[in-house]
Design a protein around this ligand. Sequence first.
Ligand SMILES: [Zn+2]
Length: 158
Amino acid sequence: MDRFALNFEDGGRLALRDKRRLSRAVLDPDLSRLGPDAAEATRVDFGRLGQGATPVKARLLDQSRIAGVGNLLADETLWRARIDPRRPAGELADEDLDVLRRALRAATRDAIRKGGVHTGDLIAERRRGGRCPRCGATLERAKVGGRTTFWCPADQAA
Ligand SMILES: [Zn+2]
């Protein structure tokens, strides 16, 4: 069932279908409340990510800091950057933030090129008993920032 649809005068139709009911449509949104786009976020933008005790994964999902990062892309990015998703954002060093920024850019580009965030290297293993595509360790699973999160305990060490 469509949660939202636009019918165009030429007969075209744009529909939002979402069985899990996590998405929403906002008409005439206040874009000033959104952070910079994930693919274009700068070092300065990432500097604002790395403050306080909030887990870094929750910060990545905060659309007011950086826009466009959902649950799967956040897990893929943190896995590529080898950063523990539970790590307090304020503990990240400048080098960590640089690694994270590059990982997000690469993961975003790959997702666009391959047709969606579900094509990420980690995503097929996001299940109970799933294994790290890099080292083969069994992935950890927990709620971080209110969302189900998977990470590799071997190479995403705190
Ligand atoms: Zn691993």
